[in-house]
Each structure stands twice: as structure tokens, then as C-alpha cells.
Ligand binder design. Structure first.
Ligand code: SF4
Length: 210
């Protein structure tokens, strides 16, 4: 159950998202579960623009887990070197491709894979399959902490619970993408409050506006 304040934030956030979200190749709705997984796997610890610079070549050269299984680690590294952590990433992808014929469709099975945590699992399944799962990265923590103030919990497990409660059942994919973009574009480390829709009831803004 969401409060009236939370519901209002969700509505305004969705309104803000119209025409304001970022476009990346892995966000195209035609992308397969595998293709979305690859993007989310790389997006951990690497800015989206860097991932976008190698993503088309990677997905063309390695269009499935089978093709990763057939490739050598060196062939993977050759493409993903600009992303950094390339040895670790290539080794993990090779292990995943050896273990699975296809990307698992549940959080439990996904998080069994090497280097795959709850964030990658949830984001992959939400973006690829519109599953109503919470995504919680540093941007989302910052946004909810600022907007909801003292109601935002300190413990990470409680933060996941809070975030899960706010994911709408209707089009969770859209909501989560907009939330991620809002944190990356407006409620940044240096917040752009002068162009934000949430000033009226944002706890952080109300405290700091003087
Ligand atoms: S008013 Fe400022 S601090 Fe609050 S959500 Fe908007 S950008 Fe973030």
C-alpha cells in the first residue's frame, strides 16, 4: 500500500518521464532477455555511454550465450576492453555460458550466476519482461532518501522493501526506467531543484531551500 504522498510522487515522476528519458540500444522493446542481461551486466560499475559504445558490436558478434560459449576469453576481451574489468567480466560471462543455455527468468536463478546480484537480476527481468521488481542503485537511493526524508529507512534490506512497495503493477518497466533517469539527470549529487517537479513536498528541498 502506498501513501497519498508516494502516489503523488509516482504520478509526477511518470509525467516528467514523457519525452525526458534517455535512449539506449538495450532499452529497445525488441531486445531479448539475453541482450538486456548483457547490458545490465556491463552497466554495473561502468557509465551507460561507455557501455553504449561497445554494446552494438558485442551483441552482433556474440548474439547468444552459445556464441559466448564458443568464443575464447580473448575474443570477448577484445570487444569489452574499453569497459574496464574486462578479464573479470569475460571470465564470468564464459562461466555463465558454460552453465546455462539461456538466461534464467527468475531472480533466484539469476542471482546464482557469477557476478550477478539482485540489482542486475531485477533490472534485467523488469526491463526485458516488465516484471514488477524493484531496482535500487545509488541514484534511486539518493532520490528516495531526499524526497521521503525520515521515512526512508537506513538498512539496505528495508530500502529494498520500500522500493518494492513503490513499484506500480501497471508498467513497472516504464516507472523504473524513468526513476533511474530522474536520478541520473535531475536529482543528481548536485540536485537540479530549480527544474524539478517535486519541490513542494521534497523533504530535502524543504530543508535546504533557504
Ligand atoms: S527537489 Fe531537488 S532534492 Fe528534491 S527530488 Fe527534486 S532535485 Fe531532488
Amino acid at each position: 500500500m502506498v501513501t497519498a504522498n508516494e502516489q503523488r510522487f509516482r504520478e509526477l515522476l511518470l509525467d516528467w518521464g514523457v519525452g525526458n528519458t534517455r535512449e539506449y540500444p538495450w532499452r529497445e522493446t525488441s531486445r531479448s532477455l539475453y541482450e538486456v542481461f548483457v547490458a545490465e551486466f556491463f552497466l554495473t560499475q561502468t557509465p551507460a555511454d561507455n557501455v553504449a559504445s561497445v554494446y552494438p558490436q558485442f551483441t552482433e558478434q556474440f548474439p547468444s550465450l552459445g556464441s559466448i560459449d564458443d568464443a575464447s576469453k580473448e575474443e570477448l576481451v577484445e570487444v569489452i576492453r574499453p569497459l574496464g574489468f574486462y578479464n573479470m567480466r569475460a571470465e564470468a560471462l564464459k562461466k555463465i555460458a558454460t552453465r546455462c543455455d539461456s538466461i534464467p527468468e527468475s531472480v533466484e536463478d539469476l542471482t546464482e550466476l557469477p557476478r550477478v546480484g539482485r540489482y542486475i537480476a531485477n533490472t534485467t527481468l523488469c526491463i526485458a519482461q516488465n516484471q514488477p521488481l524493484p531496482v535500487l542503485d545509488r541514484n534511486v537511493v539518493r532520490v528516495y532518501d531526499r524526497v521521503f526524508g525520515e521515512v526512508w529507512p537506513a538498512a539496505e534490506s528495508d530500502q529494498w522493501e520500500f522500493t518494492e512497495r513503490l513499484v506500480p503493477n501497471e508498467n513497472p518497466r516504464e516507472y523504473n526506467l524513468i526513476l533511474l533517469d530522474f536520478g541520473a539527470m535531475i536529482c543528481q549529487s548536485e540536485p537540479q531543484c530549480d527544474v524539478c517537479f517535486a519541490t513542494e513536498y521534497c523533504t530535502y528541498y524543504q530543508k535546504h531551500k533557504q
